[in-house]
Design a protein around this ligand. Sequence first.
Ligand code: GDP
Length: 487
Amino acid sequence: LTTFTDEARIALDTLSGRATGLFSPSLRLGVTGLSRAGKTVFITAFVHNLIHGGRLPLFEAQKSGRIARAFLEEQPDDAVPRFQYEDHVAALVDQRIWPDSTRAISELRLTIEFESASGWNRMFSAGKLSIDLVDYPGEWLLDLPLLGKSYDDFSREALELARLPVRADLSEAWRELAATVKPEADADEMTARKLAETFSAYLKACKDDERALSTLPPGRFLMPGDLEGSPALTFAPLPGLGQRARPGSLHAMMERRYEAYKTHVVKPFFREHIARLDRQIVLIDAMQALNAGPGAIADLERAVTEILACFRPGRGNLLTDLFSRRIDRILVAATKADHLHHESHDRLQSIVRRLTDRAVARANLSGAEVDVLALAAVRATREGTVKQGRDTLPVIIGTPIDGEAIGKERFDGNSETAIFPGDLPEKADVVFQDFGTNHRQDANDPTIRFVRFRPPRLERTTEGVTLSLPHIRLDRALQFLIGDHLA
Ligand code: GDP
């Protein structure tokens, strides 16, 4: 019965959301991606460029001068933290440091007043659109498959994955500890806590490992949000389950907490946030993966497949069906393209397209229109050339972050430097070769020289107005994500 009322309520919420949408047009845009993919920087640049009338030649409404103004308004959901836009702008623009990354869900409402392109629409519509930007960790999205899994299935699968050769060393401490406990023994808080701690240390180690292993659920173990230390997060898979849990046993305790995690964490998150999204951008850090080699690219593809699968309708779950039917456009974007010379931007985009096409096919995604893009939400570099003997090499110029180094050269965070970033291969296929291994090929080495730069210095006009943040192809993202709503 609970499930039914739950789902009936979502249906009502979704419908009433749509109905009210008629009176005050709004668009809920989800921004996700695994940690450090660039969500915070993307939202900040998105809003900053709209508010400050940035250079957006491929964003039609702006280019044709139909945007009267864009401004922040109070968000509709009082219980969701606000995206700290002002703090992030201050960090980027005034201090020239990258803002604090996404740790939990947050929201920001940007309202655009515009003149409709068609005379007909001009007569009937107020020319106002509110965009609710919803920033949330991709790690949380990957919890969706847990809804269809019992605790025993979850335990079995987690152990199977942990024993795989790529993970065996990282999971050893947890597996050893888990092997010493008896699921049928009496429940004990300290045992539960120790197991949860070592299990979550293992998940974090996978994340931090240079093999860039794909993210495993539960997502809150990696990004706890405000749930750190709560019983719903104090569980772990157990080995050797087979019988039904005896009441009062460790098995029963873990099972109850796992179910609590699903009921009190995963379901409300999908119901209250994800089910109401209209559009979605999935940011990926393709640069880091390219830098780490084909094994990491394969892994990134797995992660994108898992994320896109969450948006597939018809999983037989009313909760997920509702939101996945509602989402009509998904953009998969590799940000940080400013680490490459513009000659490689299209190549980066082809790599992302290849990866996304395969992920869409594997995830069996249908219904939503999917597009891909290589962009830099904030462009930290400019381009130039350097003469080397008879050759002229294309370079990128920026201020490397204090402590960054190339070979023996260390940077202090104050001086500009020119870097030859390397080329991406002409054919996207090359970076997908040697799946599963981490060795790099000498010929067609896809490795790029990757140095983190400080955010760019912004010019101020004589009136003291700060110009908008520079970017690469952010306008294309805007056109795909919101352009049609401003027609
Ligand atoms: P989040 O965890 O998804 O919120 O990731 P952030 O938006 O905080 O980005 C993580 C880091 O990636 C930042 O601190 C920057 O170092 C880098 N980054 C993100 N976007 C860009 C970009 O457009 N250009 C450059 N050069 N670096 C970026």
